[in-house]
Unconditional design. Structure first.
Length: 898
């Protein structure tokens, strides 16, 4: 270990505290059973855990599987998926919960899985256990609340759902991994209250393991913060090491990280968070660190610090790049002022202290980066706590001294590095194998309320959640009301500009810190193999900047009453449903308000995330399919006219038919209950009237019109497509009169068709579960569909349940339905179902339909196969912004690979 260069006394690495987590009431507010399905798998244990009980082990799945799941019926589930970081002021908990419900493999999924083996030749295996990783924090002063929380959830015994808890058995010798000073200090109390032993893990090991995990597994974990602007950084997994990790606790540790478990504490400084808080406490009346930090928001350091301008008569010292407002000497002005401490404003003292210490940390960190030739410096620890001035000051120092060569970056989960690292130290938990595409971060309903404060009792089920919600509804209007925003404040690249307008603007960062959600581990997600370049792929077409967010805030808020009405009706309109509808509206409004206040609060957040958040929020309040009856009604009406449409199409020649088919898809995409303009239309006419009108309006050229190129490609007889992945959108006319006839055209040409639909409902989108029945119904009127659906097993699946043996399957599958892994109107191709990823093998055409999947997302996405993007633009602003066009314009964008 290299010598410490900060002074005679090596600084003691102190507890690493951080705000920015989810408070326990929010976390506990998470609803059960809403996560996507995960596969069951076994879990190895740490040496300190009870050993595996292999008796009665049985293979789950077919014997031909290369990596089958093994069920251990006698294995008690008392694994502690819990780790702690007990610091001086906060206790951080990271714990793992399985999905409340084991996945039920429905009929469609089982038969699809079997058929996909034809494509892939082998079944996939998932070494990672599906579940959720939760981040919770408590004040160390309220340790008892933390113990109650652990006890109420039985986290030390593998959770309330574990067999040992249910059987009432008391496993002895439970060991929980813990780091931080409190792991020593409170060990006896944990033994006494919970009967568990704390196994102490080295703090430095934990910090590094936590940081490595986050940087590897979370897509936008790191961000820069310069001049008040936060920007998320995508870290290249293959180019992560070496980096410098600076942990700013009470003291500061500077660690050079060379790999997993490979690191060296190369330096540190004893001037850290403890110094700020200690000096601040002596010099002001502040009673807490947060109070002191809050005070700095209203401070003006130029009354205390000697600035370059003070020395140079108000001028910059431009020759060496120092602006007049750069601090020449921290607290330097006080030497000549002839004033007492009480003559200075505590606000100014706090800001001067904060800047002095932040700047010093930034400078020392940079010098160490220089010493080892490192370009990336990640800062974490309780001192940072998402505070804008702190981050700006550190960034300024690094940027200034490195002349822009080195980058200061901060971590969203900065407060949880130690606890995560302790969690990682359980020998085999399967998390090592996780990649970013396996993790989905969700923000439960409490997320908007999270601040620096920790409050409220833990919550269990939905009823408790709603009473908690109601409490908030009463006193939380100021939280749900949008907070006025100004231009982002800056400390100024030119140095330590006096923060002119503070308070409100930096409020969110200062008091609330960044939210972190619950990490859902979904091992069955994959990167779509046909993405041209997954590294540079960005699903969202438009950046949700301040103005854009304001627009979508209005759109989504306006849509809320209609959505709630549909949601409540879908649950029978009962009092309970009304109550949940109300709570949903409040929770979603609170999310919107929080994001308006701080657009980066939930990490890098695009329109796709926002639309998905709405769906997740509905599910959280147990509205699983708000548009169910609308979908059914429209499916029936459309199926009734399908035979006539097919007859009309069959009477056309090939070229006319192709055009009519694409027109049909575009026209039927008007049936979108997520668009305000369309909903207004539905209130004026019947489905069929609107469909006819929409078809009549199909005038070419469309706003983007690559139809002729597509037609030429389709007509190349010597080069037919082999397999088309057809991603469908809305129920009713959209799928029945638009997409199914198009799919039929491919089948007619001998092209294998894979219909891709949502895994979970989103607005009026058709789901993969609903689709086989619709295909079966349509097949009654069409020989082509019937033959393909029968051969693909769809009709049997839909009508009679799964059939026998995989041996009976045909060698090729003309028509299949696969789920896409999403529960949103958009699609992020970095995270699709393994079904879809498997079906993509050998596909040479991808068709994306609808605004959500081909305009809001993926308009600019490039694929390794030909792609056809079809949508009607049902929003005036989007039509103008993307295409300089108008509402109801149509897009037919064909992108052949060669
Ligand atoms: C939610 C949607 C993306 C669904 O569109 P789809 O994918 O079904 O074509 C779209 O309806 C939408 O962007 N609606 C909000 C804009 C508006 O109401 O004008
Ligand atoms: Mn849709």
């Amino acid at each position: 270990m290299a010598a410490n260069n900060s002074g005679s006394e090596p600084p003691i690495p102190e507890d690493d505290e951080g705000l920015g987590g989810v408070t326990h009431e929010e976390e506990a507010a998470e609803a059960k059973g809403k996560a996507p399905a995960a596969s069951t798998t076994t879990m190895n244990r740490s040496g300190s855990r009870p050993q595996l009980d292999l008796s009665g082990a049985a293979i789950h799945g077919t014997l031909e599987d290369r990596n089958p799941t093994i069920l251990l019926p006698n294995q008690s589930d008392d694994i502690s998926h819990l780790a702690l970081d007990i610091g001086g002021s906060l206790i951080k908990l990271v714990y793992f919960s399985r999905h409340a419900d084991q996945p039920t493999e429905d009929k469609r999924k089982l038969s699809t899985k079997r058929r996909l083996e034809i494509f892939t030749g082998a079944r996939r295996s998932y070494p990672v256990l599906g579940g959720r990783l939760h981040f919770v924090k408590f004040e160390t002063g309220k340790l008892n609340e933390c113990l109650d929380f652990i006890s109420s959830k039985q986290l030390h015994r593998g959770g309330v759902d574990s067999p040992s808890w249910r059987s009432g058995a008391q496993p002895d010798n439970i060991v929980i991994k813990a780091t931080g000073g409190g792991a020593f200090k409170y060990a006896d109390l944990f033994k006494e209250r919970l009967g568990v032993s704390l196994e102490k893990e080295d703090e430095m090991d934990c910090l590094v393991a936590g940081a490595n995990f986050l940087l590897k597994a979370i897509r936008h974990e790191a961000f820069t913060h310069m001049d008040g602007q936060k920007e998320y950084v995508q870290i290249d997994q293959n180019d992560l090491f070496p980096y410098l990790l600076v942990n700013v606790g009470s003291g500061v540790s500077i660690i050079k990280v060379d790999g997993h478990g490979k690191f060296q504490r190369v330096s540190g400084t004893n001037v850290g968070g403890g110094t700020y808080w200690g000096l601040g406490r002596l010099m002001t009346e502040c009673k807490s660190f947060d109070e002191l930090l809050e005070l700095s928001q209203r401070g003006d350091n130029s009354t205390i610090d000697m600035l370059v301008g003070d020395i140079y008569g108000g001028l910059d010292y431009s020759k060496i790049g120092l602006s007049a407002s750069t601090i020449a000497s921290s607290f330097g002005k006080t030497i000549s002022d002839n004033k007492e401490l009480s003559d200075y404003r505590p606000e100014d003292i706090s800001l001067s202290l904060l800047r002095m210490i932040s700047y010093n940390i930034g400078q020392i960190s940079y010098l160490n980066a220089l010493r080892y030739g490192l370009k990336r410096i990640f800062f974490g620890g309780f001192f940072i706590r998402g505070h804008a001035y702190t981050m700006d000051t550190i960034s300024f120092a690094v940027h200034f001294w490195s002349k822009g060569e080195a980058k200061a970056m901060f971590l969203r989960h900065e407060g949880f590095l130690g606890a995560l690292g302790a969690f990682m130290s359980y020998e085999k938990h399967g998390l090592d194998d996780l990649s970013a595409h396996h993790l989905v971060e969700r923000f439960p309903m409490g997320a908007p309320y999270v601040g620096g404060k920790i409050h409220g009792p833990p919550l269990g089920d939905l009823n408790e959640k709603i009473s908690w919600m109601e409490k908030f509804v009463q006193k939380g209007t100021q939280i749900t009301a949008p907070v006025p925003m100004g231009a982002p404040a800056t400390t100024g690249m030119g140095g330590f500009e006096r923060p002119t307008s503070k308070g409100d603007i930096l409020r969110s960062d200062a008091s609330a810190a960044l939210n972190v959600g619950v990490l859902h581990l979904v091992p069955s997600l994959d990167v779509f193999p046909l993405l041209e370049d997954p590294k540079t792929y960005e699903p969202n077409t438009i950046d949700l900047d301040h103005d854009e967010f304001k627009y979508w805030f209005t759109i989504l808020s306006d849509h809320l009453p209609d959505l709630v009405e549909k949601a409540v009706a879908s649950e029978g309109g009962t009092d309970d449903a009304k109550r949940r509808g109300d709570a949903f509206a409040h929770a979603f409004s609170a999310h919107l308000a929080r994001l308006t206040e701080e657009p980066a609060a939930y990490g890098k957040f695009g329109l796709a995330n926002l639309l998905e958040l709405r769906e997740e929020c509905l599910r959280e309040f147990q509205f699983f399919d708000a548009y169910v009856s609308i979908k059914q009604r429209e499916n029936e009406a459309s199926l009734a006219v399908l035979p006539d449409l097919l007859m009309e199409l069959d009477s056309m020649d090939e070229e006319d038919r192709l055009l009519a088919l694409i027109e049909g898809v575009l026209a039927a995409n008007i049936f979108d209950w997520g668009s305000k303009a369309c909903v207004d239309l539905y209130n004026q006419g019947t489905i069929i009237e609107i469909y006819r009108m929409s078809r009549k309006k199909m005038q070419r050229p469309w706003r983007i019109d690559n139809f002729d190129t597509f037609k030429s490609r389709m007509l190349k007889k010597d080069q037919p497509y082999k397999r088309a992945l057809i991603s469908v959108d809305n129920a009713g006319a959209d799928v029945v009169l638009g997409m199914l006839p198009l799919a039929r055209e491919f089948l007619r040409r001998g092209v294998e068709v894979v219909l891709v639909a949502n895994s979970l409902p989103a607005l009026n989108d058709i789901t993969a579960n609903e689709l086989p029945e619709i295909v079966a119904e349509a097949a009654k009127h069409c020989g082509i569909l019937r033959k393909a659906a029968e051969a693909g097993g769809l009709i049997v699946d839909a009508m009679a349940g799964i059939q026998g043996d995989a041996k009976d399957e045909p060698a090729s599958v003309p028509l299949m339905v696969v789920e896409n892994g999403c529960g949103s109107p958009c699609i992020d191709f970095r995270q699709v179902s393994s079904e879809l990823a498997a079906a993509a093998k050998d596909a040479d055409l991808l068709i994306l339909e609808g605004m959500g999947r081909s305009l809001h997302t993926n308009l600019n996405a490039r694929f390794k196969c030909d792609a056809l993007k079809l949508a009607m633009v049902k929003n005036q602003r989007l039509a103008e912004k993307l295409f300089n066009g108008n509402i109801y314009d149509c897009i037919c964008k064909f992108e052949p690979v060669s």
